[in-house]
Write a protein of this length. Structure first.
Length: 76
């Protein structure tokens, strides 16, 4: 495991440009399907129909910035 962790330290993944500057989240359209909506809603009741999110550059006003960002059950 230690060797694996060490190898991760050598990776240099570039950040998307929107994450290098202050950003804000905008709600987008709710998720939808081309067909079988009822079936998919039953399979994914907590996800289906949720709004999509879009990251956009924020202005210099600190109130534009999110206080926290929840991703997959984690607070960033």
């Amino acid at each position: 495991m230690q060797r694996f962790n060490r190898s991760l330290n050598h990776l240099n993944h570039p950040l998307p440009s929107v994450l290098k500057s202050p950003f804000k989240l905008l709600d987008g359209p709710k998720s939808s399907t081309a067909r079988n909506s009822d079936e998919i809603a039953k399979l994914f009741p907590n996800l289906f129909g949720q709004p999509s999110a879009k990251l956009v550059l924020a202005g210099s006003d600190p109130s534009d910035l999110p206080s926290s960002l929840k991703i997959w059950g984690c607070i960033v």
